[in-house]
Design a protein around this ligand. Structure first.
Ligand SMILES: *Cc1c(COP(=O)(O)O)cnc(C)c1O
Length: 378
């Protein structure tokens, strides 16, 4: 048995023992057919998670953390000569996409909204009408920094109405909230093994429209290692990743996918929802305030405002909890001091109940008033 830690950070997530142990396998050269067969099965399973027909869609695996997908989609899918990107930006993860565009020197519009609000789609439509060169609309499903769930179906419909493709960062929703490529108007989505699938870090994947990938063969190649078409083509020709895959991570992913399909899409969603509600209940009992309106929350991340207590020190609370097997995480809102509690991973409401016992002890031992106090009142 491996010690079980409860990770309330937004990924990597708590994993099952069976997923951890699945990494302990005899050494194998990943160029063997047995290993290629494993990756083939994984690529098929990933399509099933987003209800994608294998005739129209494919999944392409990469060795890297989730951000590699953002990099790849943006650098690989811009048609010449003057394709432009529209980024619907209401948070830190969409801002990451803006930085990728900046670093590659891509032509983009950063359509920025307040991070605690939903994007204004009328404004997005106006931009699309004014800029017919926009060929790719980029959005983030769950802005993990705040926990806001963005209206990707509507964004995708707008993109398609104006002849652009819809690329969605679904890293923190895939395999947790139902996603349907067709119904949600998604051409490309992405995630990595360590979040919703509850496997290990190091393997990421893009699921997307095959025809568009094939068309991108003739688009400018901006990266040697991180190009979507090149990796796709290599997989199609050989069943292999172009370069060395994260071998043991892939065994863990195989096991985690088995567990995903055994649990089922809806029961798993319900489990995350229970866990999320337990987080809210625990916070409410202690008087904590949310940074984001509850009805806008994805059900996977809770952003909590620091109390106005002179004894509050996030690091101290973190360390107290960490030493007892619970990990809490800082916020990602520059204008407001927050921390985050997330409901992803192989955890359930009981783990949250146990967490709040420890968290309350942490508050008491730091002489923080309970219920916690806010200057403007609770
Ligand atoms: C976790 C996450 C990523 C990827 O982050 P890495 O640290 O590179 O794994 C990208 N987008 C979103 C929305 C995420 O939650």
């Amino acid at each position: 048995m491996v010690k079980r830690n409860i990770l309330l950070n937004p990924g990597p997530a708590t994993t099952s023992d069976t997923v951890k142990m699945a990494q302990v396998v005899p050494d194998i050269c990943p160029r063997e057919k047995d290993f290629a067969d494993l990756m083939k099965k994984i690529r098929q399973d990933l399509l099933k998670i987003v209800h994608a027909d294998y005739k129209k869609y494919t999944s392409v695996l990469f060795c890297g953390s989730g951000t590699i997908n953002i990099d790849i989609c943006l650098n690989s899918l811009i048609p010449p000569p003057n394709g432009k990107i529209l980024i619907i930006n209401n948070g830190a993860y969409s801002s990451r996409a803006v930085e990728v565009c900046e670093y590659y020197g891509l032509d983009y519009i950063n359509l920025k909204f307040p991070i605690d609000e939903l994007p204004d789609l009328e404004l997005a439509e106006k931009i699309l009408i004014e800029n017919p060169e926009i060929k790719l609309v980029y959005s983030t499903h769950n802005e993990t920094g705040t926990g806001i769930l963005n209206p990707i179906r509507e964004i995708g419909a707008l993109a398609h109405k104006y002849g652009a493709i819809s690329v969605v960062d679904t890293t923190s929703t895939l395999a947790m909230l139902p996603i349907d490529m067709e119904k949600d108007n998604i051409d490309f989505c992405m995630a990595s093994a360590q979040k919703g699938i509850q496997a290990m870090a190091g393997l990421s994947f893009i699921i997307g429209n095959k025809e568009i990938i094939e068309t991108s063969k003739n688009y400018p190649k901006r990266s040697y290692y991180c190009n979507l078409y090149l990796q796709y083509e290599y997989f199609e020709k050989t069943g292999q990743m172009h370069f060395t895959p994260p071998v043991q991570t892939i065994y863990a992913l195989m096991q985690a996918l088995k567990e995903y399909f055994n649990e089922g899409e809806e029961p798993k969603r319900q489990r995350h929802l229970r866990t999320f509600e337990a987080i809210h209940k625990g916070l409410e009992e202690l008087g904590f305030k949310n940074a984001i309106k509850k009805e806008w929350q994805s059900g996977l991340v809770v952003s909590v405002i620091y109390p106005d207590d002179k004894n509050w020190n996030f690091e101290n609370i973190h360390d107290y909890c960490y030493n007892r097997g619970f990990t809490i995480y800082p916020g990602k809102i520059s204008s407001l001091n927050t921390f985050r509690l997330c409901s992803l991973g192989a955890i359930d409401e009981n783990d949250i109940k146990n967490f709040f016992k420890v968290f309350k002890e942490a508050l008491i031992s730091n002489n923080i008033s309970i219920p916690v106090i806010y200057k403007g009142g609770n």
